[in-house]
Design a protein. Structure first.
Lengths: 329, 331
């Protein structure tokens, strides 16, 4: 398949994060159906793209500014099943928002994961601001921001791209193009050229990659990381992917896409594709896979049990953190 | 006139859109997911099939495109009805609405008209947290050149939307997510309601309660409870916030001597302050025998938790408590 193959440990980690994400994903939809999770939005289908991207960064040093579909990216950046279940449960212990935000707004300060906004596109400007601050402070941190192709229709995206390019900031713009913005198909939202092609207008490299191929994404983002870190300026990567499930648990995707299309994409499920390849190449045994899968099941069960045994937030949450209490200077 | 049928608020809005489009080829719709999807709340369901994609246009994800191109089309004489999927995201269209739509006619010396409507669902109650639950009506009321409508019933929604579409000015038409499934009697034929008349929803002698949008129904429920204690509340729904019809509320306060203003948006800087100021500056001032009170959303972002979300905005029990206290002089 390719010449440079990452070490075995990395390959297994990749599988683990993808499978963990899918298992959490499945649990979240279950909880949604049971009325225990009010809002569910998940990355099923995007796992290869997100793990490939996250693992190319230096954990705990580089920064992630994800969007609501980036759960897998956040897991690969160090968040846990417990973090996700606490988040969907809206428990005060939820590390992302302390139980204040809908699911899909991931953050953990210690992992350099910055929460995105519900308004599509606004986080990309924050990512550029982070990169600006790092540059001002003489740090070579790289900031990766995730977003859907739909978000590139917002002015915020163009403005973020322009500013990052002018100042040659260390930003990786990571687009996950799944062909739809909820119901609106790509030809009505991003026009006649692909997202990657638009990078040229800002004088930055734009690279399209098969988002179903985790190793291709990993290689592409690793190279982009090295280049931008060395001062080569921002880079746009467009990972071609597909959302296997409805937009959220409030969506009925049969209104706007044919089930044949979805079935065809399921047949190319990035996780099965990767595990099959690993086994064909004798890089993962059935036993190894089973061990990881069993560990994942255990983690997701334990996380669910923990999150759902936590108390609900109390009234004081309402008033807390509207303003910061004091001055630091 | 045919017999009114009972339909939902969402159906009433859709019927208004359909009738406006049937009557006037200049009317067209634009917004995110309004086509095959029928809108995030199903309001435009079926309209793409009926009118085609030239008149029911799915836009890219850009609120500036939605508001800005509506303005451009409107100055040519078309009558766009734009949808912003959640009122929260109207923040991304503020420049177009506040500096352009509102001021174009004035700044062009009267040569232009901007006959556009921008519809958007506001409010909390769906468990969607702080960036999907805003009630931002006060911002728009503050801008000369814009009209602001906030219907509380299916009947009002249809008649006011048809009036808004027929109006030659930009109108911000604020729907409420929790109202979409509520039902009411609505005539089948085309009708308009004037964009500057409030409605007395209930007669009463003890207190004048002025409420907007989803709070009108909650106020009516509170009034039914209070009636059992012998407290009779008069309820007034302004329906249009700008222009504001103050006549009925002033008259009412002259009669009751007490006023309570109720809305969902946070208290500080909310539209209730304007109503209080109007009452204080009117002949009703001489008749007041208690301070005018406001009951509004807490000055906090809307939280995710369903119970706390309810706590953040006035509920029926809160209205009962406040109204009772005011009538009894226990404030
Ligand atoms: C500013 C703004 N407008 C509209 C919405 C409603 N909305 C949420 S997600 C979405 C589609 C986003 O599509 P895309 O960026 O392609 O990401 P995907 O969900 O496909 O991963 C829309 C229209 C929003 N959240 N924010
Ligand atoms: Mg998309």
């Amino acid at each position: 398949m390719r010449e440079k193959i990452p070490p075995l440990e990395t390959l297994h980690q990749m599988y683990y994060y993808m499978a963990l994400s899918r298992a959490i994903d499945t649990r979240l939809w279950q909880l949604g159906r049971q009325g225990k999770a009010h809002f569910v939005i998940t990355p099923a289908g995007h796992e290869a793209a997100q793990v490939g991207a996250a693992m190319a960064l230096r954990q705990g040093y580089d920064y992630f500014v994800p969007y609501y579909r980036d759960m897998t990216m956040c897991l690969a950046a160090g968040m846990t099943a417990r973090d996700m279940l606490l988040h969907v449960r809206g428990a005060p212990e939820d590390p992302s928002s302390g139980g204040r935000q809908m699911f899909g707004h991931f953050s953990r300060r210690d992992l350099n994961i910055v929460s995105g906004s519900s308004s599509v596109g606004s986080q990309m400007l924050h990512a550029v601001g982070l990169a600006l601050a790092f540059r001002n402070r003489g740090e070579d941190r790289v900031t990766l921001t995730g977003f859907g192709e739909g978000a590139t229709s917002e002015g915020d995206w163009h403005e973020a791209m322009n500013f990052a390019a002018i100042h040659q900031l260390r930003v990786i713009f990571f687009c996950e193009n799944n062909g739809y913005a909820i119901s609106v198909p790509a030809h009505l939202e991003i026009g006649r050229v692909g997202v990657a092609d638009k990078a040229a207008a800002y004088g930055m490299p734009g690279i399209r990659v098969d988002g179903n191929d985790i190793l291709a994404v990993y290689e592409t983002v690793s190279a982009a990381h090295a280049q931008t870190r060395a001062g080569g300026g921002p880079i746009l990567i467009e990972a071609m992917t597909y959302r296997l499930l409805p937009h959220s648990n409030a969506d009925d995707d049969s209104k706007y896409r044919a089930s044949e299309e979805v079935q065809a994409a399921r047949a190319r499920d990035p996780i099965t594709q990767f595990s099959t390849w690993l086994k064909d190449q004798q890089l993962m045994s059935d036993a190894e896979q089973q061990t990881m899968d069993a560990r994942i099941t255990q983690e997701v069960d334990a996380a669910t049990e923990y999150a759902y045994s936590r108390p609900e937030p109390t009234e004081e949450l309402l008033y807390q953190h509207v303003y910061a209490p004091g001055r630091t200077a | 006139m045919s017999e009114p049928r009972e339909i939902t608020y969402a159906q009433a809005v859709r019927e208004a859109l359909r009738q406006a489009m049937q009557r006037d080829p200049q009317v067209f719709l634009l917004g995110e997911d309004i086509g095959v999807y029928g809108g995030a709340f199903g309001v435009t369901d079926g309209l793409l099939d009926e009118f085609g994609s030239e008149r029911v246009r799915d836009t890219p994800l850009s609120e500036a495109v939605i508001a800005g191109t509506a303005i451009g089309a409107a100055v040519t004489g078309m009558r766009p009805v734009a949808e912003i999927q959640f009122m929260d995201f109207i923040t991304l269209a503020m420049e177009q609405l506040v500096l352009q739509a509102a001021k174009m006619r004035y700044m062009f010396g009267g040569k232009a008209r901007v006959p556009m409507v921008l519809r958007t669902p506001a409010g909390s109650g769906t468990g969607a947290a702080a960036q999907h639950s805003e009630s931002l009506e006060a911002w728009f009321v503050h801008v000369p050149g814009l009209k602001v409508v906030m219907p509380s019933t299916p009947y009002d929604a249809k008649g006011l939307l048809l009036a808004a579409i027929a109006d030659d000015n930009p109108v911000i038409f604020i729907e409420h997510k929790l109202l979409y499934k509520t039902k009411g009697f609505v005539p089948e034929e085309y009708y308009t309601l004037p964009l500057a008349t409030s409605e007395i929803k209930r007669k009463g002698k003890d207190l004048t309660l002025i409420a907007t949008s989803v709070l009108v129904a909650r106020a009516l429920e509170a009034a039914t409870q209070l009636a059992q204690e012998g407290i009779e509340i008069e309820i007034i729904d302004p329906r249009t916030l700008k222009p504001l019809d103050t006549a009925a509320m002033i008259q009412s306060v002259c009669k009751t001597g007490k006023a309570l203003v109720v809305h969902e948006a946070p208290m500080t800087g909310g539209f209730g302050g304007e109503i209080v100021a109007q009452l204080c500056a009117s002949e009703a001032f001489d008749f007041l025998d208690a301070p005018i009170r406001r009951l509004a959303g807490l000055d906090v972002p809307i939280p995710y938790n369903r119970e706390l979300e309810k706590r953040a905005v006035p509920q029926v029990a809160d209205i009962v408590r406040e109204a009772r206290a005011l009538v009894r002089g226990e404030y």
